[in-house]
Write a protein that binds this ligand. Structure first.
Ligand code: HPA
Length: 262
């Protein structure tokens, strides 16, 4: 059966409609994942869910063990991951409530373990020209059309270290660099998945205008409320994705390590 991993962000701590058949604690050489992997089935797809901040939202972005989370999915046999996250909107056209199928990343994180390959297995440089699996992006966009859920096709995600929010000058600078949305968890999650040849895709819900875009003070409350308001749509979108997911992958993600090692 096709297995798909879902990483839930702020406000998404469960998938309604997913009857949990098993809960798995996974040990990895990189330490502990954010919590138990919740395993169930929707249609013909085995769905494995992990809330990246923990089921009670007690792990801040800079403390997430991204390597353990992704390695755990690999151990469970997952070939594709959909990451759901909350973001702040930087550019015009990325307003609260919008759902974005991300296509690019700018990594501004500072203090995270960015790789599985520290030299023991040779030196590895993966291709990351297109950080999100192009095949998964097309499947998500198609599911959006079929489910009548408007999606933005493409957006550049700037990943910041957090946990503080940004200054207005930082947001201005990120905008000039080409960022559309800002979040704290997209990296190194995406590149770690690629390093293990897992297809990775990102669906972001714009939860707030980024710092300085409006005069309002940013609050965590508004982020969580906006995410909750979008949960129903995200759930319907995921269900449609599961329904149309082809069994086999045709993209190049599965061949990442060919010609990547020195
Ligand atoms: N900045 C960083 N991360 C975020 C934001 C933001 O404005 N909103 C949701 N996650």
């Amino acid at each position: 059966m096709t297995k798909i991993g879902i990483i839930g962000g702020s406000g998404l701590y469960e998938i309604k409609g997913l009857t949990i058949k098993r809960r798995k604690n996974i040990k990895t050489p990189f330490g502990k994942p954010s919590g138990e992997y919740l395993i169930g089935q929707i249609g013909n797809v085995e769905v494995i869910f992990l809330p990246r901040h923990g089921s009670r939202h007690n792990i801040p972005p800079h403390m997430i063990n991204f390597r353990a989370n992704i390695h755990g999915f690999k151990k469970l046999g997952v070939e594709r991951i959909i990451s759901v996250s909350a973001v702040g909107g930087i550019k015009k056209g990325f307003k609260p409530g919008d759902i974005v199928v991300l296509d690019q990343i700018i990594d501004m994180t500072k203090n995270r373990k960015p790789t599985f390959y520290d030299g023991q297995d040779g030196v590895v440089h993966i291709d990351f020209t297109e950080p999100y699996c192009p095949e998964m992006r097309q499947i998500i966009l198609k599911a959006g059309k079929l489910a009548n859920i408007p999606l933005k096709n493409g957006g550049t995600y700037v990943a910041v270290e957090g946990p503080r929010l940004e200054t207005s000058a930082e947001i201005r600078a990120f905008g000039i660099l080409g960022s559309d949305v800002v979040g704290m968890t997209g990296m190194p999650e995406a590149s770690l998945a690629r390093e293990l040849e897992i297809c990775y895709s990102g669906i972001s819900v714009v939860a707030n205008y980024a710092a300085g875009i409006t005069k309002n003070k940013l609050t965590t409350k508004e982020v969580i409320e906006e995410m909750k308001a979008s949960t129903e749509k995200i759930k319907r979108l995921l269900e449609k994705i599961f329904a149309i997911l082809p069994e086999h992958r045709k993209c190049l993600c599965k061949e990442t390590l060919e010609e990547a090692k020195i």
